[in-house]
Design a protein around this ligand. Structure first.
Ligand SMILES: [Zn+2]
Length: 112
């Protein structure tokens, strides 16, 4: 298993001390459970709990309003999604949806 980066200072010198991860750069210590929880939180999943990754193709599980007049219909196929590192207004996916162009989407309204 690769050792994770330090969540505090983001340095790469983590070592393990029993069940703890330790960062020698800033002396931060965290548990395996905390590490597992943060990795789990970083995973993006669709409405069925399947893991989504960059480049995946998904379909929309319900009509999504875009502004006042446009709607992405339920069942619309969306290819080549991009997972956002930082959520934008609650949206965690960016993808090109014809004919609307780049659209922000929410992973729990998508199905792989
Ligand atoms: Zn550190």
């Amino acid at each position: 298993m690769d050792l994770p980066k330090c969540p505090q200072c983001n340095e790469d010198y983590t070592y393990k001390d029993g069940h703890l991860f330790v960062c020698p750069m800033c002396s931060y210590e965290w548990t395996e459970a905390a590490q597992a929880a943060s990795e789990e939180a970083a995973i993006t999943r669709d409405c069925n709990g399947n893991v989504l990754e960059n480049g995946d193709a998904v379909s929309v599980i319900r009509d999504l309003k875009l502004g006042s007049s446009d709607t992405i219909k339920r069942g619309t196929r969306v290819r080549n999604i991009r997972i956002l590192d930082e959520k934008v207004d609650g949206h965690d996916i960016l993808a090109k949806v014809d004919p609307f162009g780049q659209v922000y989407l929410k992973s729990h309204l998508l199905k792989k």
